[in-house]
Write a protein that binds this ligand. Structure first.
Ligand code: FRU
Length: 491
C-alpha cells in the first residue's frame, strides 16, 4: 500500500479512476470507524486547524490527505457544529496547488474580521531539488462558507537565523492589533516560536522570538498557541526532539505548555514556569484552542502522532480528533475537562449505576459493557495495593487503567488492547498521582479512549483497536479493599 512521492503529492482530482471508490469501500468495511469523534472521510487526518466560532457555528478544520494514510498533499477539511458535539462534514476548506502552497496547505488558525473568517496558514512548497519553501498565507471565508485564497502569501520569506521549518501561524487579537506566533527551527537546530504583528491581517511585521527560558529545548516547535487564561499567559506548543525522562516524554514527539506572567507584547519576554505535558496517553499531538463566545478556552488535539503506523492504515483511513476540552488554570497547571455539552450524547434512559466495595476481587456488573460510552467512576476508602478498571475486554483482550497505591502511580496499559500497535510507541504510560479519592471519567469510542482523572488534573488519550466482541468492563481491587461508585451512559 506504500505510495511513492509522486503518488503522495497528488491532488484529489488526480486520483486514478475508481481509486476513491476503492478507498471508501475499504473504509466502510473497517471495524474501527469511530462513532462520535471527528475522523477523516477518507485518507489521513492530522492537526486541528482554524478552530473558531463564526456566524453561529464552531468551525474546526483538519489537516487532510484524501488519497491515503501517509503524509502527502495536505488540504484543510472543514467541519462545523453548533454545540461542539454533533459535527457536520462541510467539505474541502482550503485546497493546495498555487505556487506558494504547491505541496500542501499546512496548519494554521482562524480569526473573524469585518464579518469574514480569516484563515492564516502555511503554504508548503518544494522546488525541483525538493527543498522546502514555507510561506504564510491568508484565505477568507464568507457567511456562505466560500473560501477565497489571497493571490499572494502575506509572509513570503523566512527571516535569517531560521531554517525551512517555519510554519503553523496561530493568530489572536489584542486591541486594534493582530499578533501571531509561528513554530520555528533556528539554524542551530533548536526550536522556538517567532512573533509577528499586523493591523489588517495582510501586512505583517516580524517582531522576533518569544523570549522563553528554554533556549535549547528540542529541535523544532510545531503548532504554537498563545492565550491568556485568568490573566496569566499560556503558551502551548509541540516540541520535537525531547528525550524521555522516566515517566515523562514517552511519546515520540511531545505536546505541552508553559504558564507565566502575560507575554510582554513589546519586549516579547515571557516569564514562565516549567514545561508540562498536556496529556499522559499514547496518541496526542498538535492541539489548538478557541476562545468561545461564552468565555471558555476550548482545546482539541490530534489523536495521533507523526511517523507511526496504525492498524487502520490498511483500511484507507487514519486518525481522529479528540473531544473538545475546556481549559482552566489551577496553581500554574492546566486543568482539562470534557466540555459540558458532551452530556448531550448520553442516552439517559440507559444510565447504569453501581456502588460496591471490592475486596481482593475482579467483577463485572449487569449493563456495564459496550463499545461507545461514557463511564464515571469514583474510588474511595481504599487500602488495596492496586485497583482499577479493565474495559473493552473479551477472553483475550483488555485495556487497563489501574492505580498502584504503593507506588502512587496511575497506569494505562494497552498491551492486550487488541490489534498490535507500533512498537515505537510502547504500551504502558504512567503518571504520578497521590490522592485519597481517584476519579476516572472515560470516553470510550470504537477505537479510542480519553480518560480524565480527578476532574481534569490529568488526561490519558489513546487509540486502541479491540475486536468487536471486546465489550466487557471489569472492576478490580487486589491486595485489599476499595469502594467503587460508577455511572455509565451509552452513546
Ligand atoms: C504537525 C505538522 C505541522 C504541519 C502539519 C503538516 O503535525 O507537522 O507542523 O503544519 O503537521 O500536515
Amino acid at each position: 500500500m506504500k505510495m511513492n512521492r509522486e503518488q503522495r503529492y497528488r491532488r484529489i482530482e488526480q486520483a486514478e479512476p475508481g481509486e476513491m471508490d476503492k478507498l471508501r469501500a475499504l473504509i466502510s468495511a473497517c471495524p474501527w470507524r469511530q462513532q462520535y469523534h471527528i475522523q477523516p472521510v477518507t485518507g489521513l487526518l492530522n492537526d486541528p486547524n482554524g478552530f473558531s466560532y463564526y456566524e453561529g457555528h464552531y468551525h474546526l478544520f483538519y489537516q487532510w490527505f484524501p488519497l491515503g494514510t501517509e503524509h502527502g498533499m495536505k488540504y484543510w477539511y472543514h467541519t462545523r457544529s453548533t454545540d461542539l458535539v454533533n459535527w457536520e462534514n462541510v467539505g474541502i476548506g482550503i485546497s493546495p496547488g498555487e505556487p506558494y502552497d504547491s505541496h500542501g496547505a499546512y496548519s494554521g488558525s482562524a480569526i473573524e474580521k469585518d464579518g469574514k473568517l480569516h484563515l492564516l496558514y502555511t503554504g508548503n512548497s518544494r522546488d525541483e531539488e525538493w527543498i522546502r519553501h514555507p510561506y504564510q498565507c491568508l484565505a477568507v471565508m464568507d457567511e456562505s462558507g466560500t473560501v477565497v485564497k489571497m493571490p499572494l502569501p502575506v509572509i513570503d520569506s523566512v527571516p535569517s537565523g531560521y531554517t525551512e521549518h517555519y510554519r503553523d501561524p496561530k493568530v489572536w487579537q489584542d486591541g486594534e492589533l493582530y499578533y501571531c506566533v509561528i513554530g520555528a527551527q533556528r539554524t542551530n537546530e533548536t526550536g522556538c516560536t517567532v512573533m509577528y504583528r499586523s493591523a489588517d491581517l495582510k501586512h505583517w511585521e516580524v517582531l522576533g522570538e518569544v523570549k522563553t527560558k528554554l533556549p535549547n529545548f528540542g529541535y523544532m516547535w510545531e503548532c504554537p498557541d498563545y492565550m491568556s487564561i485568568d490573566e496569566q499567559g499560556v503558551l502551548i506548543f509541540s516540541p520535537q526532539g525531547i528525550q524521555p525522562e522516566g515517566d515523562l516524554y514517552n511519546n515520540i514527539y511531545q505536546s505541552g505548555y508553559l504558564v507565566g506572567e502575560p507575554l510582554d507584547l513589546e519586549t516579547r519576554v515571557f516569564n514562565h514556569g516549567a514545561f508540562q505535558e498536556l496529556d499522559r496517553g499514547f496518541d496526542f499531538y498538535a492541539p489548538q484552542t478557541v476562545y468561545a463566545p461564552d468565555g471558555r478556552r476550548i482545546l482539541v488535539g490530534w489523536m495521533g502522532l507523526p511517523d507511526l503506523a496504525y492498524p487502520t492504515d490498511d483500511s484507507g483511513w487514519a486518525h481522529c480528533l479528540t473531544i473538545p476540552r475546556q481549559l482552566t488554570l489551577r496553581d500554574g497547571k492546566l486543568i482539562q475537562r470534557p466540555v459540558s455539552e458532551m452530556a448531550k450524547l448520553r442516552a439517559t434512559e440507559t444510565v447504569k449505576q453501581l456502588h460496591v466495595i471490592m475486596d481482593d476481587e475482579i467483577r463485572s456488573f449487569a449493563g456495564f459493557e459496550g463499545i461507545a460510552y461514557e463511564l464515571e467512576c469514583e474510588i474511595t476508602d481504599f487500602d488495596a495495593e492496586r485497583f482499577g478498571i479493565e474495559f473493552r475486554t473479551n477472553e483475550h483482550e483488555k485495556t487497563v487503567i489501574q492505580y498502584d497505591r504503593l507506588q502512587q502511580k496511575l497506569t494505562l496499559d494497552r498491551s492486550l488492547s487488541g490489534a498490535t500497535l507500533d512498537p515505537n510507541n510502547g504500551n504502558i504510560r504512567n503518571c504520578a498521582l497521590s490522592k485519597d479519592i481517584i476519579k476516572i471519567h472515560m470516553f470510550v469510542d470504537t477505537s479510542s479512549v480519553e480518560i480524565f482523572v480527578n476532574d481534569g488534573e490529568e488526561v490519558f488519550t489513546s487509540r486502541i483497536f479491540p475486536s468487536r466482541d471486546s465489550v466487557g468492563i471489569r472492576f478490580f481491587a487486589h491486595g485489599g479493599k476499595a469502594e467503587f461508585k460508577a455511572s455509565k451512559w451509552d452513546y
